[in-house]
Design a protein around this ligand. Sequence first.
Ligand SMILES: C[S@@+](CC[C@H](N)C(=O)[O-])C[C@H]1O[C@@H](n2cnc3c(N)ncnc32)[C@H](O)[C@@H]1O
Length: 242
Amino acid sequence: MSAAARCAILRGMNRCRIRALALCLCLLGPPTGAEQNVAPGANRHYLGPRVAVETWVRRFETESREVYAERHAIVAALDLAPGARVADVGAGTGLFVPLLAHAVGSSGRVFALDIAPAFVAHLRERVAAHGLDNVSVVPGEADAVPLPPASIDVAFLCNVYHHLEYPQSVLASLKSALVPGGRLVVVDFERIEGVSPRWILGHVRAGREVVAAEIARAGFLPAPAGHAGMLTQNYLLSFTRP
Ligand SMILES: C[S@@+](CC[C@H](N)C(=O)[O-])C[C@H]1O[C@@H](n2cnc3c(N)ncnc32)[C@H](O)[C@@H]1O
């Protein structure tokens, strides 16, 4: 049943019946065709009106964070050609943005996307402060990457996949935004039952194999991954858009 049809039914009922019906509709799940949220609340810390961006800068941009310590190796593994158009999906505080901007050069373009308004504002300030003329900051959407069809050569997600609430919808929009032959590169936490720390097991919903299977299901083809330094807590997966 569509969302509009559900609303029309609710409008014609009294409060008590509405509660009962709302419960039934919840049990039925999301409207037909809509993807269910697989990570409810995964981004709640980033989305509030009073997000302390400086706290996240300190947390994300510290040598004790593996992807920060290995940031140069990760960007090298993306193998970006000068002139390439790359989307940093879930750019966060923007730690990769200057490195990506340098890698693609003045003839290339970086699209730095995030769903958190505080990060989008911070990214804009960072881009302006560093005079990064080849970077566009784009407000993201939870269930889509709002970029035009065939507008990017590479999509890069670092520690973002496990924050995606609607991964299949996001992957479908990424598939459309990538040119045929374009690449999708995902860096995310290793999640191994009985091995990974408890906070990873609680915070990260799926491990490497599940993530790879979901991305393959969305129509991407596995591709050889570049060598991303000494990653041990994270993996790097690479895919091609057919
Ligand atoms: C753990 S942070 C990683 C930030 C950055 N990539 C890094 O490695 O420092 C995850 C980011 O993904 C963003 N995010 C979550 N879902 C998203 C979506 N559907 N589209 C764009 N950004 C998203 C969050 O707002 C957050 O900034």
